[in-house]
Design a protein. Structure first.
Length: 304
């Protein structure tokens, strides 16, 4: 699916009749891929890399365009069960157009940084900058979910909460790898700024992007280290909760067994004491109650 946009008064607006110089291909079909490869001379392998979530970020300099593959967070779905994944995005900068290739339909130009766009090169850089902001937004959500799961683990013994934490930890590992991969690409763009033809303002903006991406990486690293270091403690909490439950059940079982033994002893079909006493039933019940009460007092005294 193709969507076209254009720059109008430093703003991105939808273009009519597909005549815009900003072309966004969402999961392109065979005919669209053929056009990109044959007409725009985009390398077929590079084009497929933009649709491969496992592809690493990279930048390539072709004779008539710059090909950039970078990582972005995938839109979260409730069906993922707290699994946050990353996707690849392709941005191909020509002299007269910018081609963006996405594997799924996401709002590309969302955010206040797209309110003022002065050129295609500026938009090219803002896409990378938006990726860092998008990762930061997801990291805040992951941190919030981690706090909620911690509170539930402290009160519950269900394994699914621990499984959710392991899933979040795995997601952070993928995020760290993706953000670090983007950092390498940004540094390469910075080193080749004169060759690309970035203006002074654009080069300075590229420095800001690098700083934002590094901060994003450190934030993700902190969350990942905290989650990994406290995982053993949370497993111990679940085990401790289970031990407490087993202890309580054992005490209840003992409190029931001793009165049961007293009643059973006086229920044997042999000669027993008190069998001729008219108050035998109440005496036996009193003995059973006293034995249960004695177990409870010992429990409290020993602070079991």
């Amino acid at each position: 699916m193709l969507r076209t946009y254009k720059l109008n008064d430093n703003r991105i607006v939808s273009a009519e009749n597909g005549e815009g110089d900003i072309q966004v291909y969402i999961n392109p079909e065979i005919e669209e891929k053929r056009f990109l490869v044959e007409e725009l001379k985009i390398d077929e392998h590079t084009l497929n890399s933009a649709l491969d979530p496992d592809e690493i970020s990279r930048v390539e300099f072709e004779p008539d365009h710059i090909a950039l593959i970078f990582k972005m967070p995938k839109s979260y779905s409730g069906e993922e069960e707290l699994a946050f994944r990353v996707v690849s995005t392709g941005a191909f900068l020509f002299k007269d157009r910018l081609v963006i290739v996405l594997c799924e339909d996401v709002p590309v130009f969302e955010g206040k940084q797209f309110n003022r766009v002065y050129s295609l090169r500026s938009l090219f850089l803002k896409l990378v900058n938006r990726s860092a902001y998008h990762f930061m937004e997801h990291l805040k959500v992951i941190n919030f979910l981690t706090d909620e799961l911690e509170a539930k683990i402290n009160k519950s013994m269900e394994n699914r909460y621990l499984t959710n934490l392991f899933t979040l930890e795995k997601s952070l590992v993928y995020y760290l790898n993706a953000i670090n991969s983007n950092t390498v690409v940004i540094e390469k763009l910075k080193n080749y700024s004169p060759r690309i033809g970035f203006l002074t303002e654009e080069s300075e903006f590229l420095d800001d992007i690098l700083i934002e991406n590094n901060q994003c990486y450190r934030q993700a690293e902190i969350y990942s280290n905290i989650l990994a270091s406290l995982m053993d403690a949370r497993v111990s909490i679940v085990s401790n909760n289970l031990n407490i439950l087993i202890k309580i059940l054992n005490i209840i079982t003992i409190c029931i067994m001793i009165p049961t033994f007293v009643v059973s002893a006086f229920s044997m079909n042999v000669g027993i004491p008190l069998q001729g006493n008219p108050l035998a039933f109440w005496i036996i019940m009193a003995m059973a109650f006293i034995s249960a009460l004695g177990v409870m007092l010992i429990w409290r005294f020993k602070k079991w």
